[in-house]
Design a protein around this ligand. Structure first.
Ligand SMILES: Cc1cc2nc3c(=O)[nH]c(=O)nc-3n(C[C@H](O)[C@H](O)[C@H](O)COP(=O)(O)OP(=O)(O)OC[C@H]3O[C@@H](n4cnc5c(N)ncnc54)[C@H](O)[C@@H]3O)c2cc1C
Length: 353
């Protein structure tokens, strides 16, 4: 097994391949081994060999138009061999013939995204996109930074809610099952018991036993103290964020109140002339000159007999995927795990579009 994960590059044009090899090696060669191939079929064999030898393949880049098979077909076959490798299609600027293929291949999970060629200067057209692929791959395959540690029962709904809360807010955390040695070590270091779960260990040394979302977000400093603003936006979906960016760019003091960030709901809205007052679920009030309501829509779940007892344990309605978990539509469960009545495992999906 090689020490460095591999970036595979496939292009039947020798000059283009050599340029890509040279450029990627100069920038990423310290951390990744770049493996070039002129033949797509030979590359498939090489990838299968790397996999059999236990090498990690982080990224596969393939030209779309090659004589043996097209790039998107090649990447589809790569997926079958190594589903966790990121896959990028190389297409020429203005190649309109490739557009429907790219869209379809993204939708079918054959590839993650595409790169344009020519790609010079690499700093503008190549490195940022390749870095993005590698960052995504690394986030899933390398140990992450842990600013916050959660100790709990892996299948407790509350443990999963806290993980989702921190995920959504981009707070780096680690989860440790309560019987693990890491959990025991944390408890010993902080001098606390693990009688109440989940327990959250914060960066400043404090420990919260079975905290509410609001207690967690307050403790990590994500709740605003300043509760008066020019524009209050309720909800931070696409509509709320667009409104907030727009208001902020005009120099207006803008506050976004989102239940998944602020960990509180807006429960009441009153107007008194130009002044608007929002009451939030902890009783505090926010004053604003203008309020933009972008609370989205609630959706109904299809009724599946018996599913409720699994919700939050092994069935999740979610928009975010955690490393090591699989998502099927809006459901996910631990990778590769089979469950009674569902005797199959699934592959992690790819990001599309
Ligand atoms: C299962 C599912 C899958 C989807 N997949 C796709 C897809 O693949 N591609 C696509 O383009 N669209 C998809 N959509 C549609 C997309 O999510 C919506 O069109 C979009 O999110 C609407 O944006 P919005 O800002 O209006 O509302 P939302 O994104 O719903 O945002 C509203 C926000 O307001 C917050 N909020 C609500 N009430 C309060 C309150 N009282 N206090 C504080 N905060 C509050 C909510 O927590 C929420 O975050 C999907 C929708 C669903 C349900």
């Amino acid at each position: 097994m090689a020490e460095r994960p591999v970036i595979v590059v496939v292009d039947d044009e020798p000059a283009a391949l050599a340029a890509m090899l040279d450029t990627l090696t100069r920038r990423f060669g310290g951390d990744y081994r770049v493996a070039p191939d002129l033949s797509a079929l030979a590359a498939l064999e090489a990838i299968a060999r790397l996999k059999a030898d236990g090498d990690e393949i982080a990224l596969v880049i393939a030209d779309q138009w090659m004589p043996e098979i097209t790039g998107n077909e090649f990447l589809g076959r790569v997926r079958a061999i190594e589903p966790t490798a990121k896959r990028a299609l190389l297409v020429a600027w203005g190649d309109h013939a490739a557009s429907p293929t790219i869209l379809q291949a993204c939708a079918m999970g054959q590839l993650d995204n595409y790169l344009y060629k020519p790609w010079t200067p690499a700093e503008v057209h190549l490195y940022p996109l390749v870095s993005e692929f590698l960052a995504e791959w690394t986030r899933i395959h390398r140990p992450g930074m842990e600013l916050i540690h959660i100790v709990g029962d892996e299948f407790s709904p509350r443990s999963n809610e806290i993980r989702e809360l921190l995920d959504r807010n981009g707070v780096p955390f680690g989860f440790h099952p309560y019987a693990s040695s890491a959990a025991t070590r944390l408890a010993e270091q902080r001098g606390v018991g693990l009688g109440t779960l989940p327990t959250v260990f914060l960066l400043d040394g404090s420990v919260l036993a079975d905290p509410t979302d609001a207690e967690i977000m307050d403790a990590i400093g994500e709740s605003p103290d300043e509760l008066s603003c020019d524009v209050a936006v309720i909800g931070s979906g696409p509509a709320g964020l667009t409104s907030a960016v727009s208001a902020g760019s005009e120099g207006l003091r803008t506050l976004v109140v989102e239940r998944h960030v602020f960990a509180r709901d807006v429960t009441r809205l009153q107007t008194n002339g130009v002044k608007k007052t929002l009451t939030i679920s902890d009783g505090r009030q926010i004053t604003a000159t203008a309020v933009i309501l972008t609370t989205g829509a609630a959706y109904r779940r299809l009724e599946v007999p018996g599913v409720e007892r699994f919700v939050g344990r092994s069935v999740f309605y979610t928009t975010s995927a955690r490393p090591g978990w699989c998502v099927v539509s809006t459901w996910r469960w631990p990778a590769g795990e089979t469950r009674p009545g569902r005797q199959r495992s699934i592959s992690p999906p790819s990001r599309a579009g």
